[in-house]
Design a protein. Structure first.
Length: 537
């Protein structure tokens, strides 16, 4: 169906810029540029799923964008051959290439929230795709049904912010199918989804591929997903293909060291045991969170959505409490309640101090004792502040030290960052390095409690292993207490002493992590584990 031969992508560099009436015009340097793809060759046949795997920066997404000619030709030079149904896409006129996009080859992007138009309804966005490819406009309900929606009328009238992550991804798939493509490119379509939604999307893609007899190029860094969905695997590193073969041969008898390292990149081991006599850092009793969803004529709240319902737990010094569950189960709402960022009921006792009866000013002075690390380090770090400013901001707010620079250097060394880079900005670092910066910002205050909300979900497996090892090492050295929120059960297992499983705001199961994994009691926990590890319930 499509064959890529000797594909080379070279990004040119800028030499200068000049200001015009409409902004800044940058001049491109014609010095050969930087080659990011080095003679890439592979093929995808009709009805076949080929997985393109590798770490961030290996060239996976650039390959996909080059295949659709979505890279700016002024900035990137593409050479080689991309044969799609007998046509070389690199030599097609722009108008014919536009017809290929969506009509012959469609693409599902990684983050549906940023790919969908927040100002338009689902119906309008899918209709636009149908219009472009000259398909019947009344097919919107059919396409939504095809991707598993039952209440198509409600979904059609919805906006992207009114849908869950899994629903938004289904809408993206429906838009991609509108042009009846022969090849579907899926670029990390399940990265930000919880395990059960992820399993649903993977099954949906597999069923659609079989039903429509499409070819599929599936780009991912998660080898667990590859094992579930792929027929063949292409492994990339630094813009090169280091190995490609059938899924069975890649997983059972890989020939290249890099492939073996990828397969071995899974968080392993267990955290160091904590004594039952260790100090209680956080004690929550009957914690509840409700959000108003309806007002009456007098604007009084009449209906509420219960995000967290009657939840109690204890976390000791040096201990990690893992919290797992699907999107919307209440994990993040629970964390926000503990941090006093949202209103809640019940008791929150931190180091013997009841937080619920404290004023905003009193809570502010206590904040150095409990810090949070967010899911996306790039979004949570200010692009206008240097690393030193980001890490040192909390020190200045709480006035903890006099020599800020020395404390910043010490903390950067603790998280494995070169102190010489402290005057650089977040965009100059990799994803793993940015997460280390976020960790440094949190631990520079030496908090007693650290809440980590999906801190590894956007990272490659190898980087995930690094971050897990770093967090365990920091915990052993300082006896910090963690609340670790994640949908990745392998990471939770490697990090947590205790585990609670949440569903619809309630704790449905809790206990020692290894006991829950070895003998889950609740059906919901069994479903979560089956979805995470590709097992049958």
């Amino acid at each position: 169906m499509i064959t890529v031969k000797n594909l080379v992508a070279t990004f040119r560099s800028f030499t200068s810029s000049s200001r015009t009436r409409f902004g800044i015009l940058k001049q491109v340097q014609d010095d050969g540029g930087v080659e990011v793809l080095h003679k890439i060759s592979f093929a995808v046949q009709q009805g076949e799923t080929v997985a393109l795997v590798g770490e961030s920066g290996s060239g996976k997404s650039v390959t996909a964008l080059a295949m659709l000619r979505l890279l700016d030709p002024r900035l990137c030079k593409i050479t080689g051959e991309i044969d799609f149904l007998g046509q070389n896409l690199l030599t097609l006129p722009a108008k014919q290439m536009q017809a290929i996009r969506g009509g012959g080859i469609a693409m599902i992007f990684q983050e549906p929230m940023t790919s969908l138009n927040a100002l338009h309804t689902v119906e309008k966005q899918i209709t636009e795709s149908l219009m472009i490819h000259k398909k019947p406009l009344d097919r919107v309900p059919e396409l939504l049904s095809l991707v598993g929606f039952s209440q198509t009328e409600r979904i059609m009238k919805s906006y992207s912010h009114e849908l869950s992550g899994g629903q938004r991804q289904r809408v993206m798939i429906a838009m991609a199918l509108a042009g009846e493509p022969k090849l579907l490119i899926a670029d990390e379509p399940t990265t930000a989804l919880d395990v059960t939604t992820q399993a649903t999307i993977l099954k949906l893609l597999a069923d659609l591929k079989k039903k429509l007899n499409m070819g599929m190029l599936f780009i991912t860094h998660d080898l667990g997903i590859v094992n579930q969905i792929a027929d063949r695997v292409v492994v990339m590193k630094d813009g090169n293909i280091v190995e490609q073969d059938t899924k069975e041969k890649i997983f059972k008898t890989p020939t290249q060291k890099y492939t073996k390292d990828l397969l071995a990149s899974t968080p392993k081991g267990q955290p160091k045991p904590v004594s039952d006599k260790a100090k209680e850092v956080l004690v929550c009793k009957n914690l509840g969170v409700k959000f108003p969803i309806k007002n009456n004529f007098f604007q009084l709240k009449t209906e509420y959505f219960t995000a967290v319902d009657d939840t109690s737990f204890v976390v000791r010094a040096g201990e990690t409490l893992g919290i797992v569950g699907e999107s919307g189960s209440g994990k993040t709402s629970l964390a926000m309640a503990v941090l006093k960022l949202i209103t809640s009921t019940g008791s929150i006792n931190l180091l013997g101090t009841e937080l619920q009866d404290k004023s905003g000013h009193q809570i502010r002075s206590l904040r150095r004792q409990f810090q949070m690390i967010f899911q996306d380090p790039f979004a949570s770090l200010s692009p206008r502040m240097s690393v030193a400013e980001i890490i040192g901001e909390g020190l200045k707010v709480h006035k903890l030290v006099t020599d800020y620079d020395a404390e910043i250097i010490k903390t950067m060394k603790m998280v494995g960052l070169d102190p010489e880079t402290r005057y650089r900005y977040p965009h100059e670092f990799s994803g793993g390095q940015r997460q280390r910066i976020a960790i440094a910002r949190a631990i520079v205050l030496r908090p007693a409690l650290l809440i980590l909300d999906e801190p590894t979900s956007a990272l490659d497996r190898a980087i995930q292993v690094e971050i897990v090892n770093l967090l365990r090492d920091l915990q052993q050295k300082s006896a910090m207490t963690y609340i670790f929120i994640s949908h990745d059960l392998s990471v939770v297992r490697a990090m947590s002493h205790k585990l609670i499983v949440m569903k619809d705001g309630k704790v449905v199961e809790s206990g020692a992590t290894e006991e829950v994994f070895a003998q889950p009691r609740e059906e919901y926990t069994k479903v979560l584990m089956a979805a995470s590890f590709g097992l049958k319930v």
